[in-house]
Design a protein around this ligand. Structure first.
Ligand code: GLU
Length: 299
């Protein structure tokens, strides 16, 4: 059976792009008579309890429903840690004491074939003197995956196939918190998720997650990465773009049905200005009919 999910980071109120992604994730699961879960990814700094409550209220206000009690990533750290320890015990990790700046500089150095943001494995080959210098500075290590330049191909319902070299991604930050990619993979598998629908900003990271699934012998869900909503400047939608949250839209006199209608219209599934209940959004859901370009707000 299909098990879908929406996994927002509660760092602020959901904006139109988040709401549209949530509606799509819900509709994708429901269109297959599947169940639908919500997981609050509240491990990151900046996640506040009141944002959690507000986000859930907003999802309910546009008519989405979910089947199990909402899970919180912050309450699942024992599971994340167990997966991390498994990888450590199997020799699949190494310590990294590079600062962000050192990573940035090393990643852009003209050697090998570094793709943007890729960690070139500096700490795997750190000269002893430099290692000692960093120890004296009291740097605490992060843990990285020993990916060994493996190439991996992933498939997305809308975007097709993508193959890339997986980098030595961070699995645990220097403060001990298990990093996003590992937590997502562990949580999705543990809650039986079979279908991942999320913003297409995460598409190029999917090979990292699929590699972790393979290393941990976890199943790979199906993926559908959906277009983002961006501001008129082309940047990811944010507060500075105006009235972009549900509350903002209600304050300017729209109803929740009009907001959901906007979601459908912005995908070409309804006339602009339509009001829509969740059931109608579901009836119009068409994974393969999703546009290939981001939506600009305002229209
Ligand atoms: N929490 C992530 C976000 O809000 C999404 C994670 C996922 O869907 O895998 O961007």
């Amino acid at each position: 059976m299909t098990v879908g999910r929406f996994a927002p980071s509660p760092t602020g109120p959901l904006h139109l792009g988040n709401l549209r992604t949530a509606a799509l994730a819900w509709a994708a699961a429901r269109s297959e008579d599947g169940s639908f879960l919500i997981r609050l990814e509240d491990q990151t700094s900046g996640a506040a309890a009141d944002h959690c409550v507000e986000q859930l209220a907003d999802l309910a206000a546009i008519g989405l429903d979910w089947d199990e009690p909402v899970t919180r990533q912050s309450e699942r750290s024992a599971l994340h840690r167990a997966a991390l320890e498994d990888l450590v015990a199997r020799g699949l990790t190494y310590e990294c004491t590079c600062t962000r700046r050192e990573v940035r500089e090393a990643a852009s150095a003209p050697h090998g074939e570094p793709t943007e943001g890729t960690y070139p494995g500096t700490c795997l080959r750190l000269p002893a003197a430099e290692r000692r210098r960093r120890e004296r500075e009291g740097r605490r290590p992060a843990l990285r995956l020993r990916a060994e330049g493996v190439r991996l191909q992933v498939t997305d319902l809308r975007l097709g196939e993508f193959e890339t070299t997986v980098d030595d991604l961070v699995l645990a930050r220097a403060d001990g918190v298990v990093a996003y990619h590992l937590a997502v993979v562990v949580d999705d598998a543990d809650t039986g998720v079979t279908q991942v629908v999320r913003g297409d900003d995460l598409w190029t990271s999917t090979p990292r997650q699929v590699l972790l699934q393979r290393l941990l012998a976890l199943p790979t869900p199906s993926y559908l990465h959906v277009p983002l909503v961006v501001g008129s400047d082309g940047a990811r939608l944010a507060k500075r773009h105006g009235a972009v949250t549900l509350r903002d839209r209600l304050a300017v006199g729209e109803t929740a049905e009009e907001v959901l209608g906007w979601c459908a219209a912005s995908l070409g599934w309804a006339e602009p200005g339509t009001s829509m209940r969740a059931e109608e959004f579901l009836a119009r859901f068409d994974a393969l009919g999703l546009p290939l370009t981001p939506t600009r707000w305002p229209r």
